[in-house]
Design a protein around this ligand. Sequence first.
Ligand SMILES: Nc1ncnc2c1ncn2[C@@H]1O[C@H](COP(=O)(O)OP(=O)(O)OP(=O)(O)O)[C@@H](O)[C@H]1O
Length: 731
Amino acid sequence: MDTNSDGAVLESRVEAGAAAGAGVTIKPGAVIVKGATITYPLSKTPVLNGLSMSVAEGTIYGLLGASGCGKTTLLTCIVGRRQLDSGSVRVLGLTPGAPGSGLPGPTIGYMPQELALHGSFTVAETYRYFGWISGMSKTEVQERTRELLRLLDIPYPNKLVGELSGGQQRRVSLGVALLAKPPILILDEPTVGVDPTLRSSIWDLLVNETKMGRTTVIITTHYIEEARQSDRVGLMRDGTLLDEDSPESLLTRYGAETMEDVFLKLSVRQQRLRQRRAGSHAIAMVDTKPLDDKDELPPPAIETVKVVDDPSLLKSKVIRMKSDYSSVAPSVWKMVVFTWRNKTVIGVLGVLPIIVSLLFAFAVGGEPRGLHMAVVNEDYAKCKTLGPPDFPADCDVRDPLGLSCRYLSRLDKHMFILDYFNDVESATAAVRRGQAWGALHFPANYSRSVSVRRKQGEKAPDSDIDNSEISVWMDMSNQQVSDTARAALGKTALDYFRDVQLGCKGNPDFRALPMQFNQPIYGQYKLNFPDFFAPAIILSIVYNVNVIYTMAGFLDDKKDGFMERSISSGVNVLEILGAHVVVDTVMMIFSTFTTLTMICGFLGFENQGSMWTIILFCAINGLCGMFQGYFIASLFNTDFEAVFIAMGIYFPTLLLSGLMWPLEGMHWLLRSVSWLLPLNLATTAIRAVMNRGWGLAMATVVNGVISSILWLLFFVAITVITLRLKKTMLK
Ligand SMILES: Nc1ncnc2c1ncn2[C@@H]1O[C@H](COP(=O)(O)OP(=O)(O)OP(=O)(O)O)[C@@H](O)[C@H]1O
């Protein structure tokens, strides 16, 4: 007996009617729901509140109710996509989801409310895919497709679903439900948005399907009157079934002319009963047409059909998947078709690494060029026109002239543009106005003072020591530019001094800087930011391109309930994930190959290590990126949420993984935790491979491999756990 009071009244009436009635036909229930209760998380009231219903085999059951009363929720429980909090559902005698129930799977043909088709499949491909995952052979699918196209009046088997009209798309969707000739059809508003002629032909089709007693249909509809063609109608409100009976009997018992009236009367009665129980005198929301009979029950149903929960009487059989049947092959085929149809995406995937590599090579890390320097040369006025004069034959007899000019001529012509000024004030003013990055001043008698300093060393008078210095005022507002310029000016000073020593036959190794920098152990002294950055760029491209690609692909598969429908048709969510991994791995290899060819081949960035070690890092981190994408897509349903989360992960990873700036320059607190990030140890390791030529014998490289593998395992685990927990990623 139903525990819900509204429902209890109804059940007792059915039993009474059945007991009283002679000539009652006993029919086995194909779908039996008892006391179904379900409350969504965060919701205070149950969506299904002890609902019971029974659907006789070989009949059409019209489930009617206002929007939001819980019809779809009930249907998802019947198809095995959602579990009840309490109560039971039995389909052909078995609980959905139980082993051997064929649910989710081919026992039920389910047409969800949303389209749940993929726009980049043709109609024929759509049927091929759903037929294949239902275990149909290719020939069976072809024959059935021909039949359905005729029945549903779909003239374009080779047109993309996305290019069909709304009504045509809904017919294709109905065809998917009918495809494998399931014993049970569950159709959630199949006639919505369909014109009256077509609506009537859909009903004709359903009546025909059930006529032979081989198919049972549960259908929801907003067009209450069309449900008169059902064998039995269930009227639902606020998660309970108000009444269920044949349409004729309902109309007679409630003295109504239309099904709408019946529904209205039942709604008013339910509302009043509740108010009476709560002692409230508030006006009922639906109380537009008061009942004449003071809420008395209508006469009991004269049952001509009694639905019994006895599976042994059923003619229909559960359709079970063969135990060795796997949906990986159709899922992979589907992914290949999706990917192939999305040629723009393939193009972007191929071109993106090339564009990023080229931009990186030509836009990042190059030496700044064309830096204006304001020069005041009081030492040698002819410098600008004549260039530096030759050294005298003997510097002990005659001092060399125009040493300032010798210094200026050694400055890198690409890096510096020299603008001459008459005095220091106007030169520094040019720096202040942003017209030059620095000002250089050579005092009068500069060359002579340099000679005095050379010859007399520490005995040189203070005035000559002061006069032998080049004064520099820099704009240090841009660290990269200013530091590079400063380093270039300093290095030129050292080289120039050596040049003066040579010209005057002095000791060229007499240096201003008492320090000897030997041949570097790794790398080169020439400032080379791109070589520092290149390994990080490779990992970053391989990782992030795959995050975005797989995330978008998985979300696309989930779009409009397509993945949900695949799962309802019997595909395991892990088989879907497996198919994505297979196809996306090919794309990952493609993008990795392009990236490495560009950076290490075409653009010729330094690689001292083994290419195989680099490929190993790219493969593990590419897979890691792929699974991060699947994880985000399995958590969220909309592109909007997923893109924001992906961005939220991308920026901290970029800043904290040592991709852009050495970890040694990071705040100690961040540095102590940043090694936990996915790309951190991997970046350090691949940098050691490329810039130092280290291999797997070195701890830094091994740590990078271990960290990448652990991150990969972590993302695989949380993706699988999320998919299993969410199971079907219901909305
Ligand atoms: N995933 C969910 N989480 C929380 N509440 C939900 C969820 N899905 C549905 N609901 C709520 O449960 C109630 C019943 O929804 P359901 O989709 O079953 O109604 P319905 O009768 O099919 O409506 P319609 O005819 O408009 O499709 C609604 O109030 C809805 O907001």
